[in-house]
Design a protein. Structure first.
Lengths: 317, 548
């Protein structure tokens, strides 16, 4: 086990280095640069632009810029934002609470509803409920999030006026839990709809596979109650592939949702990423990229470890 | 609405010098000055997030909107294009002895008893420090324009600053009207002024509002400074709320979550609905930006005036404004908005006449080829037009122009790019054929645009300057040079009128319209005054307040 862990961590490091190299190259090779946001300024001269480009070190060869950045990263110095000069790590961690609140609520609701509907669909395969769920999931997966979000705002905020049209809380009001929850409802539901569909489909498929196994038939033949079979025998085994799904979706909880955060004016990580692209704020972009990459690697690793814990077959091989 | 147009008023002002005798203008239906009640808050929605709070660091317009509240400059430009004292007792002029030696020396007397938000006194040392910091090679200053014109600065006492210029530089007053003074006692001791906490977390100014709090990516709060030297502001606080999506921004304004739609304001597509909304006032704000077709004069097609003339005649400006921009924008013929004190109202009006365009091209020897595209001496009239990809309205306007020009035998291929691409090297180093672009050519209310039109300032040739269209015209060069040297406003105005005439006659670029922004303000909010001479309409937030 210790050997396994060490190997995986080493692999993870290699992946991170490759991601950083690739990300850095692609970002910097993409045309345009951080100075472009000032190009239209009437108060800036061309000398000013050149001076700033030089001060940011953007006139240095690309590989030097990379090594400088990577050396910083190794010593936990993620650089400073080109836009406002703040420490990148702080710029990123500032956004974590809002992101986690939104994503985790969407995520947990989605997992609960998704699991429940998935199990029922599988147990009652081809029933009216199953067909209805299949159709609903299909629709939910095909609707663009931005459209769903805007419709939500239109119906609940503009027409019915029962929910706020976005924001994390009432502007200028002190913190109040009820107020926060009201603001959370629309964006979390918008995000949740797609997630529910995914979880429901995966659960159904996984359950169906397990229900067809010999040991379930054996249990049935032994006279074990249906409820016990579904929850104890079937679900336990069906959960194994779902752990992978959870591991893959875990980074999402921190990396946020680009579209939903924009529409609902949610100050999360997704929004930060979009803004930073607009400003070509390379240090922040690289920071988010590395942060997400680390989470992906960690999520996978965690999924594998949990896998090993819940599935004896993995442990023995 | 009863009003003299702003332009007429400014012409009047420029002629008589009777600035003080004129009351507030009524354009855009702004209410006469009323005294607001004490207290309350205003929520300003912005589609970009203000994050840079050191006014000397590289920033964008929304940052400036916040600086207006926290900081003071020596003087400011009001909505009537007049300088009004801010930290200075009076605006230096030849008459009051503030400008001496033919515009080479300025003496500024500072208000006494002004304090920083932390209670420390403001003195001439802070002004000197501000200049020193901008010129400090280790400091990443936003711009040195107006600062590098200074040869030396002395502070004979705590409330006097004497400035010597290298050579007469008339835009000096404008440049310093937008230069915010930072506290020496805080930034002097910073290990590195580029990364000081002051810049992003704890700015300290002398302004009407103090920095209170910020939630990154969401909003920022300024609280009133009761000790403000210009009188405590009526409002208790101002909240700048970041709403990235313009449709969402408008929705939140409609539902009453925000009081003021800042900067980009309300998209033109919502104008018809917005002006009928109950409980709000929609201001038509003349921004200083003008929309153009910009030529790259370094390319073979645009060397001849006949071609530029024909392209102008072939372009249906009215259709662009009416069909694409919902009739909101205002057609112009020069580089200044109609609200500028140097605006030339007598330029010939554009005439949409495709027949005339064809005739001009025929006469100049540009004959249609087999494919209908005109050519002369092996050069086909076929080139690209570029603008910011994703700017919906511009892309529609582009398509119109493309059709217009195709109709007279000119082929245009559309080649759009994301903002960070097009406005980088492609723009600065003149790599485009033609652009559809909105440009604010002048600094503040000053009509100087030497940097952008003078033949000495072509970055593609000399590595410096902003004359991206590579335009060269000796007559224009001369007028621009005289314009920055002349300190007398009436005489300067005459020079810039001539400059606009020359540019219009030669069609250095094709002006389409000056941007009129739709700004929504909740009814009952007083003293919102759109001001074309500053970057952001929060310039007078110390006067804002709610009706009693």
């Amino acid at each position: 086990m210790r050997y396994y862990l060490a190997r995986r961590v080493l692999q993870a490091l290699v992946v991170l280095v490759l991601v950083s190299l690739g990300g850095f190259t692609v970002l910097h090779l993409a045309p345009g640069g951080p100075a472009a946001i000032y190009a239209m300024s009437p108060t800036m001269s061309a000398e000013d632009m050149e001076r700033l480009t030089h001060q940011l070190g953007l006139d240095q060869p690309l590989h030097l810029q990379y090594f400088k950045w990577a050396a910083g990263l190794a010593t936990a110095n993620w650089g400073r934002s080109y836009r406002d000069g703040r420490v990148v790590l702080e710029v990123i961690t500032d956004r974590i609470p809002a992101t986690v609140v939104l994503m985790l609520s969407a995520f947990s609701v989605a997992v609960l509803i998704g699991l429940a509907t998935g199990i029922v669909s599988a147990v009652r395969q081809y029933s009216l409920f199953d067909h209805a769920m299949t159709l609903t999931a299909m629709i939910a997966l095909s609707i663009p999030t931005f459209w769903l979000g805007l419709m939500g705002i239109y119906v609940f905020a503009e027409l019915l006026r029962v929910l706020p049209p976005g924001n994390i809380g009432t502007i200028g009001a002190p913190f109040a839990l009820g107020d926060r929850l009201r603001h959370l409802l629309l964006p979390a539901s918008t995000l949740g709809v797609v997630m529910v569909a995914t979880w429901s489909r995966y659960t159904r498929a996984s359950m169906l596979e397990v229900i067809g196994e010999d040991y379930i038939r054996t249990a049935l033949a032994k006279g074990v109650s249906r409820g016990a079979i579904v929850l104890k025998h079937a679900l336990k085994n069906a959960l194994i592939p779902l752990v992978t799904l959870a591991g893959l979706q875990l980074p999402l909880v921190f990396s946020g949702a680009l579209v939903t955060e924009t529409i609902f004016t949610w100050p999360g990580m997704g929004r930060l990423f979009v803004d930073s692209i607009g400003y070509r704020d390379y240090p922040v972009l690289m920071g988010i990229l590395m942060f997400t990459a680390m989470l992906v690697v960690a999520g996978n690793l965690a999924a594998d470890l949990v896998y090993a814990a819940i599935d004896p077959r993995v442990r023995h091989s | 609405m009863t009003h003299i147009s702003r332009r007429e008023m400014l012409v009047l002002l420029a002629g008589s010098g009777a600035a003080a005798a004129v009351g507030p203008l009524l354009e855009s239906g702004a209410a006469l000055a009323q005294t607001p009640k004490k207290g309350g808050q205003v929520v300003v929605a912005l589609s970009q997030e203000p994050t840079v709070f050191n006014p000397l660091r590289p920033h964008i317009e929304v940052d400036r909107g916040v600086h207006f509240g926290i900081f003071d400059s020596l003087w400011r430009t009001d909505e009537r294009a007049q300088f009004v004292p801010n930290l200075a007792v009076e605006v230096p002029s030849v008459k009051n002895g503030g400008i001496q030696k033919n515009g080479l020396e300025y003496t500024v007397r500072l208000k006494k008893g002004v304090t920083w938000h932390d209670g420390k006194p403001f003195t001439s040392r802070d002004v000197k420090f501000t200049w020193d910091l901008v010129m400090n090679p280790k400091f990443g200053a936003y711009t040195r324009v107006g600062f590098d014109a200074i040869a030396g600065m002395e502070t004979p006492d705590e409330s006097t600053v004497r400035v010597r210029l290298r050579e007469p530089f008339a835009p000096f007053l404008t440049a310093w009207g937008d230069a915010y003074i930072v506290p020496a006692h805080i930034l002097e001791s910073a290990a590195d002024p580029n990364t000081a906490e002051f810049n992003t977390k704890s700015p300290v100014g002398t302004g009407p509002f103090k920095f209170a709090s910020r939630v990154a990516g969401d909003h920022l709060v300024l609280g009133a400074n009761p000790a403000y030297h210009g009188g405590a502001p009526p409002l208790e606080r101002i909240i700048f709320k970041y709403i990235p999506d313009l449709t969402v921004l408008y929705t939140q304004f409609k539902t009453g979550a925000v009081d003021v739609t800042g900067l980009q304001g309300i998209s033109a597509e919502f104008y018809a609905e917005a002006k009928n909304l109950p409980g709000v006032t929609i201001h038509l704000h003349h921004s200083p930006s003008v929309e153009y077709i910009y030529f790259n004069h370094g390319k073979p097609w645009f060397k001849e005036r006949a071609v530029r003339q024909a392209l102008y005649h072939a372009m249906d400006k009215r259709a662009i404004i009416d069909q694409v921009y919902y009739g909101v924008q205002k057609p112009v013929e020069g580089y200044l908005p109609s609200t500028s004190w140097a605006y030339n109202a007598d330029l010939p009006t554009h005439e949409y006449n495709p027949e005339k365009a064809r005739q001009i091209l025929d006469e100049a020897g540009w004959k249609p080829g087999a494919d209908g595209i005109r050519a002369k001496g092996g050069v086909r009239l076929s080139f690209t037009n570029s603008t910011t990809a994703g700017n919906k309205l511009r892309e529609q306007a582009q398509a119109l122009v493309q059709q217009n020009w195709r109709a007279v035998g000119v082929d245009v291929q559309i080649s759009n790019m994301p903002a960070a691409v097009i406005w980088g090297e492609y723009y600065v180093k003149s790599k485009f054929d033609t652009l559809m672009v909105g440009i604010q050519a002048s600094v503040g209310d000053d009509p100087d645009c030497l940097n952008r039109i003078h033949s000495k300032y072509i970055a593609a040739e000399t590595g410096s300057g902003r004359n991206v269209s590579q335009y060269k015209n000796p007559q224009v060069d001369k007028l621009l040079e005289e314009g920055v040297r002349e300190v007398d406003r009436a005489k300067r105005r005459a020079l810039y009128l001539k400059l606009q005439e020359a540019l219009r006659a030669d069609l250095a670029y094709l002006p389409i319209f000056s941007y009129v922004r739709l700004e929504g303000v909740k009814q009952g909010m007083l003293n919102y005054k759109p001001n074309s001479n500053v970057l952001h309409n929060t310039w007078n937030m110390h006067e804002w307040g709610w009706k009693a």
